[in-house]
Design a protein around this ligand. Sequence first.
Ligand code: NCD
Length: 305
Amino acid sequence: MKHFLTTQGLDRQELEGLLAEAEEFVDVLGRPIPKVPALRGKTVATMFFEASTRTRLSFEKAAKALSADTMSFSPGTSALSKGESLKDTVQTIRAMGADLVVVRHKATGAPWRIASWVDVPVVNGGDGAHQHPTQALLDSLTLLQRFGTLDGVRIGIVGDVRHSRVARSDVFAFSTLGAEVTLVAPPTLLPVDSDGWPVQAAHDLDDVLPGLDAVYLLRVQAERGGASVFPSLPEYVRRFGMTRERFAALKPDAVVLHPGPMNRGVEIADSVADDPRSLVLDQVANGVAVRMAVLFRLLGGEGDE
Ligand code: NCD
């Protein structure tokens, strides 16, 4: 594995290998001193051209827990405002000694372009509405911890699938690991490119709800036009929101996930977000461990191990 850009095409063995490594890092993170020297001397650069709380901070925490140094690029205060190109920016950061670049960009495919410009591993931290592969790893790990396996686990991915890079990454990871995935959304929020995805699709959440083991709620991506394709927010909540009433209709041991940031009161009710069967904060915690696994896999082999 040279880069980590997409879950599409990853086989079960590769996914399970990364998840097993992540489990070991969960243990490391539970120690009194949650740090190992594995990547001492390496430098991880984060370049986030789009807003982020969880993904960026967890990559930085993951790098530090592996004893790597970090460099953090912020577009707002950079020479991008003087017109410097993406290519020159990335090559500048590489020239300063970055050994790996984590990138988030609103343009689909940007991480692949960057991978062609630098001779170091690139990790996709989210490109447009396309892919967010480490999110899929942390979601898979969270579900594995809960169910022991994803084989036969029925997962509904609900909401703005069309604009969701999380959904695009999750669909391939979950189904490769054996889960049965159903996309639940109004026709206007189902993807146009889903032919050939290993999923079923449904338009009525209440129909599918009782059969699900896990409900994965997506944020309505207002900034990508997600809110403009249904009549109103109250209408969205009425048909696709995880309200307290819908939560009560779930199987007793079914769980709820959300990648964050949550629109409380829209795709997820307050009381559901804070319920013990909401795994939102487990997802966040697992984000550090899976990113450690990815960084270690890409940088660990050649170091002073
Ligand atoms: C997501 C993202 O940015 O793709 N958040 C995250 O990384 N946890 C999902 C979103 O913005 O809705």
